[in-house]
Design a binder for this molecule. Structure first.
Ligand SMILES: Nc1ncnc2c1ncn2[C@@H]1O[C@H](COP(=O)(O)OP(=O)(O)OP(=O)(O)O)[C@@H](O)[C@H]1O
Ligand SMILES: CC(C)(CO)[C@@H](O)C(=O)NCCC(=O)O
Ligand SMILES: [K+]
Length: 237
């Protein structure tokens, strides 16, 4: 059985092909490229999940129809694959958060913390029984730099700094490092809060392009899984 998986995020879409239990590497594209998505010839089914607007879902459904393949949209649920949502209205939880949690819990088989640094940054905590204890939503790296650049007169320019966090000696490096520090603080604080709430260190799952902004020393704290949301979607196939 071959299934085409699509995740529509806030800024980009990602697709991958699931053949049996094997998930292909993902590709990243924009909404304008939906009509050109590379569906394998032997694909019978498409599954998608979207945090975007209704137009994206419609474009994905009509693409599937044009290809003559069955198409199913996955939405956040109250409970699935051992995980129970913390939300009183589970459908309101972003489906990217939901799917990342399913993939993480399915692997950790116990308490875990999911950190997704994408367009927005999110943290979600799950206990040993699969109960989601709740999460955080904050701006992602680019959203923060954009906000400072657009709402100040004299902060102009953004100069990348890599490696360990240091203070910047120019506007551009100061802004870049400062926003890296904000991401780092979010992650550090989520880890400490999770530890306090669960009572011990737990596995960490990192995803999202913004993870690159963490200091190198933090990378070793957890598992970096760029396709965690697609892995969660694959559970539904
Ligand atoms: N090539 C790159 N160079 C530098 N930073 C990058 C690059 N790609 C992504 N980022 C950073 O990672 C952050 C988010 O990454 P990305 O767009 O991969 O998130 P995402 O998980 O796809 O988001 P979403 O699913 O919410 O759309 C951006 O804020 C950006 O700063
Ligand atoms: C928080 C984001 C933007 C992260 O991509 C997404 O999961 C979303 O749109 N969530 C809906 C609101 C919520 O999760 O409570
Ligand atoms: K919004």
């Amino acid at each position: 059985m071959t299934t085409f998986l699509v995740e529509a995020g806030n800024s980009f879409l990602k697709s991958a092909v699931l053949s049996g239990a094997e998930l292909s590497p993902s590709i990243r594209f924009q909404a304008e490229q939906i009509a050109a998505m590379p569906v394998p010839a032997d694909c019978q089914r498409m599954l998608f999940a979207s945090v975007g607007n209704e137009a994206i879902a419609e474009a994905l459904f009509s693409f599937a129809m044009s290809q003559g393949i069955e198409c199913l949209e996955i939405k956040s649920e109250a409970k699935a694959f051992g995980v129970t949502s913390a939300y009183a209205e589970p459908q309101r939880l972003g489906v990217d958060r939901w799917l990342a949690m399913l993939a993480a819990f399915n692997e950790a088989k116990g308490a875990c913390l999911v950190l997704d640094i994408g367009t927005a940054a999110t943290a979600d905590l799950i206990d040993n029984n699969g109960q989601h204890l709740g999460g955080w939503i904050a701006p992602g790296f680019q959203m923060m730099t954009d906000a400072v650049l657009s709402r100040t007169a004299k902060v102009i320019g953004l100069e990348p700094t890599e490696g360990e966090l240091v203070f910047g000696a120019s506007t551009g490096t100061g802004l870049y490092a400062g926003c890296r520090a904000m991401v780092t603080g979010f992650v550090t604080s989520a880890i400490a809060t999770a530890k306090a709430q669960i009572g011990q260190d737990i596995p960490l799952f990192f995803t999202g392009g913004g993870i690159r902004h963490l200091p190198n020393s933090m990378g070793s704290l957890g598992r970096y899984r760029p396709d965690l949301v697609l892995e969660g979607l694959a559970l539904y196939s």
